[in-house]
Ligand binder design. Structure first.
Ligand code: SF4
Length: 375
């Protein structure tokens, strides 16, 4: 079911909450919650944004859909809903976006506070970033206090860390239910989508309700089910029509290496009172993602571990069109998996692919046949 993102965000405003739109993928959620802000990561806007008229005035059409959708949202529907924007450096596309959005929102009569943090993209084992990083986090806290008339307290931060850790645990539990066959990936993905635009308290309700409904026998038994397990890898889950196609073609999703899903909730740092120490752990021990350049050396190992843990027979790479960070790694990962006898399929999701996914469906059916013929 498609959630009404605008309605959800407007309700938050009506409830007097301050909303901070965040990009890219892994903002310091705990800090925002500790300072009475509601962070909303601006991904998954496909379906909410019906055109990119505003965005197209500023961005080339060879920019990925994530950037085009979030720019459109901030400059149109999000105008008047968001109280501020937060970003850190990731891919080249996003590095150049803040100033474009800043100028665009000024022209639209809403000068949104834009708060930036720089995360050094170096291997901590080679370069000690602790002092620089601590300064960045302290500066962020000061800026949030000044801009939003809020204050930092260690007690509230520790409380927020515990709540977010609980949420990540619930997300991992829900994913386990998918792996065990209690829950379809489609329903899991829809619930996660709703979480991205909900407060942390609402996320707990959504996830507990999702997991609670699943007591009893699995819909299909992982032992007896003869459908082949696959892992999905990419920035966003594919559109629901593609997930439907995967789940109805003799395949079942047993794990994910999706940035907005598994890569987001896999990292659970130790509870610490010092935000700088906590986020140093969070970013530098993060589950590998091409947007965190220093995690590159661990990427193959983490994907192989996922394949081994879930017993997947194949990996489907869901490429976000024009996302060079993901695409640079596909050839190497595909070859490594092939060497281990793991089949792979690459599909590409473009901005105009909302309704036209039949070509993907045909390739997914062929991939399912290929896995069957290899038993
Ligand atoms: S999809 Fe890729 S190119 Fe687009 S914003 Fe995300 S990381 Fe950057």
């Amino acid at each position: 079911m498609q959630i009404d993102i605008n309605k959800k965000l407007k309700q938050l405003k009506t409830d007097g909450r301050k909303i901070i739109g965040c990009f890219p993928l892994y903002p310091p959620l705990e800090l925002f919650y500790a300072m009475d802000l509601v962070p909303v990561v601006l991904w998954g806007l496909r379906g909410t944004i019906t055109d990119t008229v505003e965005s197209d005035r500023h961005l080339q059409n060879y920019t990925c859909s994530v950037a085009r959708h979030l720019t459109e949202f901030v400059l149109s529907d999000g105008n008047g809903i968001l109280d501020g924007l937060f970003m850190y450096n990731a891919c080249d596309t996003l590095r150049n976006l803040p100033e474009i959005i800043e100028k665009g929102s000024e022209k639209n009569g809403q000068a949104l506070p834009l708060i930036k943090v720089h995360i050094p993209m170096v291997l901590p084992a080679q370069t000690d970033v602790a002092a620089y990083f601590k300064n960045e986090i302290n500066h962020l806290i000061k800026e949030l206090e000044d801009r939003f008339d809020v204050s930092f307290s260690t007690d509230k931060f520790v409380e927020a860390v515990k709540i977010i850790s609980h949420v990540r645990n619930l997300m991992a539990q829900a994913e386990n239910r998918v792996t065990q066959g209690h829950l379809s990936f489609l329903n899991f993905s829809a619930a996660m989508h709703e979480c991205w635009f909900s407060t942390v308290e609402e996320q707990i309700q959504i996830l507990e309700s999702l997991i609670g409904k699943l007591s009893g026998e699995p819909v299909y038994s992982a032992d007896k089910d003869n459908r082949h397990g696959v892992i999905l890898s990419g920035i966003l889950p594919p559109p629901s029509s593609v997930i439907n196609s995967i789940e109805s073609s003799g395949l079942r999703v047993v794990g994910n290496d999706i940035a907005s899903l598994g890569r987001s909730y896999a990292s659970m740092p130790e509870i610490r009172e010092d935000p700088a120490a906590y986020f140093l752990d969070f970013y530098y021990q993060h589950f590998p993602c091409p947007t965190l350049l220093y995690t590159g050396d661990r990427r193959t190992t983490s994907l192989f571990h996922l394949v081994e843990k879930t017993g997947a027979a194949g990996v489907i790479f869901v490429g976000e069109k024009f996302c060079e960070y993901e695409y640079f790694e596909f050839p190497y990962l595909v070859q490594q998996l092939k060497d281990q006898g793991i089949k792979t399929l690459e599909i590409e999701i473009a901005i105009e692919d909302d309704a036209q996914t039949s070509a993907h469906n045909a390739r997914i059916s062929a991939f399912a046949e290929l896995l069957k013929s290899n038993v």
